[in-house]
Design a protein around this ligand. Structure first.
Ligand code: BGC
Length: 790
């Protein structure tokens, strides 16, 4: 690394000038706070960054110019400045060698580390592992799996010489069309917060930093850099900030990335209410805040707000900051505060500790982690007469282009340059299935010939090689009648693969080929199922998608639907694990699949107004996001939040709450889970609570806890316990600016989905309780009508 080179050059120049400062021995010898053997200018000793005690002295020794440069990143390769030694790193901090401050390097996630695989003049290839997309990871409902994925990702970050990973991302699935939903976990803040905290803990166990992003209410791509999100304080606290609050408190991420959008009129990166009052004062955050790339307008306001670092940064930003201090518009103390926040993290980084990265993470081991997580995140949406699993000695015919061009993950900064993607066709073949060769080779020929034609040629990504490739969607291969007939005669099962992709900078659309099936896909489903059913055989659909599509109009035609998501580079192998029954599917939806798009509560307010070029978006649905809306307003979804089938059956029973059934500061819930089927498997047990309407109205149910069983053998049982505290059950009262627990009878509903409740119990809260007072900030300046039950 260049910065490593600088560090070496610097220490040799120290040696030449007679200094022998050695960080490691300084630590072990417990030297006095001001090191005697530091470099000096004239008579003045110049401090050197060594530990947290040295930070204030180092800041005092910085010139104003150095300060103004340090709070601004060093640019972005290809766009501003900074051709980094780690090609594909997307940003870095400014180093001040004379004070012992190294440069840090940052690179993207969240599905894996995004760096460029090739470097000029080198033969080594720098691949990273493409893990399943965030929505898939959350669909595991397994915090242990999320932590292991985080550990593997953090190891690649460290071994490739990066200090800060720009992940995980945990914005809310407010609307299924948001182009980056695949990078986010859920429509629910509890599952988002728990999975994010586990991933952060995993990443940071390597001694590298995680960055939770995009803080906050960044739930669409349309006009993302200017859109003004108009939202109530209650919806902010309960839905859009809650996951971040949990991640901050449960995993202490080194950095938070503020978002592009405004909240109630102010850019998040310029909002002291958000970045200082909520994040630091209310939540006790101790890391640093960086902007999203090129976000916001005014660097001085960003500094004041507590946005410690401007990314990717330009000399213009530093100049404006320096001029503002000189002109009295910005107090230098603010700069000192921000610098301190960053330096407290700098001293923990591999770069500061002079870690010699190997450039050789164990990609084979990480591929296995990716495969396991991908299979655990797959969701069986339908399985009529147990069409799946299917034995490996059976014959399968595969339909749909995506069997070959399987999609590992979404596009944009969340893409990963992986060594390979195992296609669904390859994975099933590898597992031992006899794939109908004739049909497979016709698909291959078709795809090859289409890819040679201009509109479908795979091109370098317009944002640069680091961002992977631009892969235009090719129309479904037209199916000849005899192709379907002979495949249905020769094979035991037909599998249709449907694929969708989306990514940064653009939202999805309710059009054929995106949210809706294309005519060719509809046609493929009806003709293939008709032929197979005529033969008394079954058809399964595999959905290789990053977010919901319309399913209600076609699902009755097919026997099984496996939602594989975009499962990362091991896609085909993970699909084969589930299709074969090697892994019994145990994923559950973390996002609702509506019957029709217009059923979505935010449908009328997405992506904002004016429709031609939205400047603002009003979150009129308020707290009724996702299942909170569907359950409260009695709208039946196609597949509800929490839904997912298994090859076995489970009984969830004996739901109990603690003795006396009174809430006294904490609540213990227990339930027994039993595998009543004939296949080993795992069940996700979901604890919803229905709170009584008081001064505040409440959604019909809210997820308050969850757990996943171990693999239970047939007839095996597991007793699960859940502990809830007042804050876990509380609602946000805007008048009091507080989390409150209102008195009344609460019902605990334990089940296998938000609509499939298996047992319940009640408890009472005797009097209204103020659980936690927080700051009265982020109020909407304009009135708007909120969705209400009344
Ligand atoms: C994205 C961030 C990303 C950054 C750096 C931005 O466009 O919104 O998620 O970390 O670019 O690539």
């Amino acid at each position: 690394m260049l910065s490593k080179l600088l560090a070496i050059t610097f220490s040799s120049s120290l040696l030449l000038s007679g200094f022998t400062f050695d960080m490691a021995s300084a630590k072990t010898q417990n030297l006095p706070r001001v090191h005697k053997n530091q470099t000096s200018i004239g008579q003045t000793e110049v401090p050197y960054l060594s530990d947290s005690a040295s930070i204030d002295r180092v800041i005092r020794a910085m010139t104003l110019e150095e300060k103004a440069k340090f709070v601004v990143g060093v640019g972005m390769p290809g766009i501003t400045r900074a051709p980094f030694e780690i090609t594909g790193a997307v940003g870095g901090t400014y180093g001040i060698p004379r004070l012992g401050i190294p440069e840090l390097r940052m690179a993207d996630g969240p599905a894996g580390l995004r760096i460029r695989p090739t470097r000029p003049g080198q033969t080594q290839i720098y691949y990273a592992t493409a893990f399943p997309i965030a929505t898939s990871l959350a669909s595991t409902w397994d915090t242990a799996v999320a932590k292991v994925v985080g550990e593997a990702q953090g190891n690649e970050v460290k071994e490739y010489g990066i200090d800060m990973f720009l992940a995980p991302a945990l914005n809310i699935h407010r609307n299924p069309l948001s182009g980056r939903n695949f990078e986010y976990y859920s429509e629910d803040p509890l599952i988002s917060g728990k999975i994010a905290a586990s991933v952060v803990n995993g990443i940071q166990s390597n001694g590298v930093g995680a960055t939770i992003k995009h803080f906050a209410a960044n739930n669409q791509e349309t006009n993302r850099m200017i859109i003004d999100t108009i939202v109530s304080q209650r919806a902010l606290r309960e839905i859009y900030l809650k996951g971040f609050e949990m991640a901050v408190k449960e995993s202490h991420p080194w950095a938070v990335m503020s978002s592009y959008n405004k909240i109630n009129g102010t850019y998040t990166s310029e909002s002291a209410d958000l970045l200082t009052t909520v994040l630091r004062k209310d939540w006790g955050y101790k890391g640093f805040v960086m902007t999203d790339w090129f976000a916001g307008k005014d660097p001085v306001e960003q500094m004041k707000a507590g946005n410690d670092l401007i990314m990717p940064g330009s000399p213009k930003n530093s100049n404006l900051i320096k001029l503002a201090v000189e002109g009295g518009r910005l107090d230098e103390k603010i700069l000192d505060r921000n610098i301190k926040n960053i330096l407290r993290i700098v001293i923990q980084t591999p770069e500061f500790k002079k870690y010699q990265n190997s450039d050789q993470p164990d990609l084979k081991a990480h591929a296995m982690v990716a495969r396991k997580a991908a299979a655990e995140g797959m969701i069986l949406l339908k399985n009529k007469e147990r069409a799946l699993p299917i034995n490996k000695n059976k014959k399968i015919a595969l339909f749909g282009n995506t069997q070959i061009e399987t999609i590992k993950g979404g596009t944009g900064s969340g893409d990963v340059n992986a060594a390979y993607t195992v296609s669904i066709a390859e994975g099933l073949k590898e597992a031992g299935y006899q794939i109908n060769q004739e049909l497979l080779s016709k698909y291959k020929t078709y795809i090859d010939s289409m890819r040679r034609q201009e509109p479908y040629k795979i091109k370098p990504h317009p944002w640069g090689e680091d961002f992977g490739k631009l892969v235009p969607v090719i129309p479904e291969k037209p199916l000849q009648e005899n192709e379907i007939t002979s495949a249905s005669k020769e094979t035991d099962l037909g599998i249709i693969v449907i694929g969708r992709n989306s990514g940064e900078a653009e939202d999805r659309k309710v059009v054929k080929g995106d949210y809706l099936l294309s005519d060719a896909e509809q046609d493929m489903i009806s003709r293939v199922t008709t032929e197979y059913h005529n033969q008394g055989k079954k058809v399964a659909v595999i959905l290789n998608i990053g977010g919901p599509i319309e399913v209600a109009s076609w699902r009755n035609q097919v026997d099984s639907i496996l939602l594989a998501w975009q499962p990362g580079q091991e896609a085909g192998n993970a699909v084969a694990d589930v299709v074969s029954g090697k892994v019994n599917p145990s994923g559950k939806l973390t996002t609702t699949f509506p019957v029709k798009y217009s059923d979505v509560p935010s449908a009328a307010n997405f992506p904002g107004t004016p429709a031609a070029n939205p400047a603002k978006v009003i979150y009129q649905e308020d707290i009724y996001v996702g299942y909170r809306y569907f359950t409260t307003f009695g709208v039946k979804p196609a597949y509800e939040f929490g839904y997912g089938l298994s090859y076995t059956d489970f009984d969830i029973r004996d739901v109990k709450v603690n003795k006396g059934k009174k809430f006294k500061g904490k609540l213990t819930i227990s339930t027994m889970v039993e595998n009543t089927g004939s296949f080993p498997g795992r069940e996700v047990v979901q604890v919803y609570v229905s709170a009584p309407d008081g001064k505040l109205e409440k959604p019909a149910v809210e997820l308050r806890a969850f757990a996943k069983t171990k693999v239970l053998k047939p007839n095996q049982r597991q007793l699960l316990h859940f502990n809830l505290k007042a804050k876990d059950l509380a609602s946000f009262d805007e008048e009091k600016s507080a989390w409150v627990l209102e008195k009344g009878i609460y019902t605990v509903k334990v089940g296998a989905s938000s609509e499939n409740i298996k047992g319940s119990a009640t408890f009472t809260v005797d009097h209204d309780m103020i659980v936690q007072k927080v700051s009265d900030v982020l109020k909407s300046k304009v009135g708007f009508k909120r969705l209400t039950k009344q």
